[in-house]
Design a protein around this ligand. Structure first.
Ligand code: GDP
Length: 440
């Protein structure tokens, strides 16, 4: 275990709350906290116990607190850790942190607790990054994806496959030591089938990236329809606030507006678009192109019309599966008239719940894998590892010499290793952990 300075930080959010939790981790944790805590001697208590007492600054009682004790290696960082639960006043929290600093702690940097957990082998890099995702998760699906990654997700399988590849790499490299002699320790057919196996695994992960990102960012929904169909009005009703500008002049919603909305725990990203009527107005033509572009990006399209004229010409190039046909302004329609698609009135809030249900139903039809890639860093390394493996396969087919094979195998091992942190540089770690909040 690497011994580092003892660090402290507020682990709960800044600001006033009922309770604030201050975390301390490092070799000198108990020695330092003992100096300001009047209760039990923390070096003498068992791990995973909680102790009531007071934090004192000489004769001043700063607060009554509860201290949770975690002894190395059974703690988040694998170091000696305490968590001081104090009253959540800014003043008290600052006071206790000041006392900890005066007695030998240093303030933790962003993500430093998690970084130590990683460096001490608590988990790999994918899992550490999943901790950040878990904290940031704002929907059921994002939570599920992050939790899966944190609990091992694809890491263990990836590590096992990498080990197998390392074994082959060493056999190929051994051949190189024999120079001129024509020996082959690494059975080429076995190497080939291993690579195909790994590539299959990588490809599934790579393919899951789009779906994974949709979960993190929200399922894109485009509202498409001619000018004045009521797109802005509908978006406003859905968002329940006046964010888009509603106007009676046809073709004035020229910019694409995006807004996030949760329906039944699913995250949606609504894209409002300019009207799709063909026009000579240059600015509006740009808007029409944007509408088409929005439709391409959207997973769900609300095709809005305010009459029986449909937009069928426009949509013929798009995937039927993602379209929900909506007829707006049914308040203006005589009761006897038959309405195509889902009838709503955005202005009078009629049929909106039914529309939401239809959106949720479409979202649920999208298939989701258990393990999903959500991190761009992982994605890029997987793609590069996969490319290097294709080079190995090419090389095998062409019967190239072991030294070239070894180079490509090493390259793919490098990329696979960077994902889980089996290979890591200080820069990489600093970059990853600096994105965490302080106290994490
Ligand atoms: P957009 O160009 O598609 O974004 O359309 P807007 O949302 O700007 O709406 C155009 C006009 O239709 C506005 O005057 C709205 O008040 C009106 N409108 C929208 N929804 C309804 C509705 O359900 N019934 C009626 N009668 N008018 C509506």
């Amino acid at each position: 275990m690497i011994q580092l300075e003892t660090i402290c930080a507020l682990a709960t959010p800044q600001g006033i709350g009922a309770i604030g939790v201050i975390r301390v981790s490092g070799e000198r944790t108990f020695e330092i906290v003992n100096k300001i805590f009047k209760g039990k001697d923390l070096t003498k208590v068992d791990s995973h116990t909680i102790h009531f007492g007071t934090i004192r600054d000489g004769g001043v009682i700063v607060d009554e607190v509860l201290i949770a004790v975690f002894k190395t290696p059974k703690s988040f960082t694998k170091e000696d850790v305490v968590e001081i639960s104090c009253h959540g006043s800014d003043y008290i929290i600052r006071y206790i942190l000041k006392l900890l600093l005066q007695n030998g702690c240093r303030m933790a940097q962003a993500g430093e607790f998690t970084q130590r957990a990683f460096l001490n082998g608590q988990f790999d890099l994918v899992q550490a990054e999943a901790v950040a995702d878990l904290i940031a998760a704002d929907s059921e699906a994002a939570h599920k994806t992050a939790m899966n990654l944190m609990r091992g997700g694809f890491s263990n399988q990836l590590k096992a496959l990498r080990e197998e590849l390392i074994h082959f790499a060493s056999l190929v490299e051994l051949e190189l030591d024999f120079g001129e002699e024509d020996v082959e320790f690494a059975e080429r057919d076995d190497l080939k089938s291993l690579i195909l196996k790994i590539q299959n695994f990588l490809k599934n992960l790579i393919d899951s990236f789009d779906a994974g990102n949709v979960i993190k960012e929200g399922l894109p929904v485009a509202i498409i329809g001619p000018p004045n169909a009521g797109k802005s009005t509908l978006l406003n009703v859905l968002l329940n606030e006046e964010r888009a500008i509603v106007t009676e002049i046809a073709g004035t919603t020229r910019d694409v507006i995006e807004d996030v909305l949760f329906i039944e725990g699913i995250k949606f990203r609504f894209i409002d678009t300019a009207g799709i009527r063909e026009t000579k107005d240059v600015v509006e033509s740009i808007g029409i192109e944007r509408s088409k572009d929005a439709m391409r990006r959207a997973e769900i399209v609300l095709l809005l019309s305010d009459s029986q004229d449909s937009n069928e010409d426009f949509i013929s190039e798009f995937d039927e599966d993602k379209i929900i046909r909506v007829r707006n302004k049914i308040d203006l329609v005589a009761k006897a008239e038959n309405v195509d698609g889902l009838g709503i009135s955005a202005k009078n809030n009629i049929g909106i719940d039914e529309l939401k249900a239809a959106i949720v139903a479409k979202a649920k039809m999208k298939k989701q894998a258990d393990t999903m890639l959500t991190n761009l860093r992982h994605y890029e390394h997987l793609v590069k590892a996969n490319e290097a493996l294709s080079e190995v396969l090419n090389g095998l087919d062409l019967g190239i010499t072991g030294d070239f094979l070894a180079q490509d195998i090493r390259l793919s091992l490098h990329h696979l290793g960077e994902i889980t942190g089996a290979i890591s540089s200080d820069d990489l770690l600093a970059n990853i952990f600096s994105k965490f909040c302080i106290g994490k």
